[in-house]
Design a protein. Structure first.
Length: 130
């Protein structure tokens, strides 16, 4: 395994459309598969009103989350994984929310009317070499 630099992590994260957000739901870990986009050094996802992650992200301080994305080849035992740990917050600026809504179309057929940004505290990554 090779540790990746922060710029490599951001480049790889931006190269895939889907990842997993890990958050706390009623004091237990919860994981959701979501599509994302990378905007500078922010991870942007969408959700719907009433979703567990939306509640935590809507608090003043935001919610501590991890976001993980990867690209693995099990046959060759190669690939990479990137993890962002930080605060998830609802985007309350109408202009920014509209911009992200135009750029990021949710794969979920539900009305994804909430935009959430993950502001990283750390980003780490590893490359698996066969």
């Amino acid at each position: 395994m090779i540790e990746l630099s922060s710029p490599e992590c951001w480049k790889l994260l931006a190269s895939v459309p889907v990842g997993r957000v890990v958050f706390s739901q009623r004091a237990m870990p919860a994981v959701r598969v979501v599509n994302h986009l990378v905007d500078g050094q922010l991870v942007v996802i969408r959700s719907h009103q009433g979703a567990a992650i939306t509640g935590g992200a809507g608090t003043g301080d935001g919610a501590v989350v991890c976001y993980e994305a990867d690209d693995l080849d099990p046959a060759r035992r190669t690939g990479w994984s990137v993890v962002v740990t930080g605060l998830a917050r609802l985007v309350r600026d109408t202009g920014a929310a509209e911009r992200y809504s135009r750029l990021l179309h949710s794969w979920d057929p539900a009305d994804m009317d909430q935009v959430i940004i993950i502001e990283p505290g750390t980003i780490t990554g590893r490359r698996l070499v066969g």
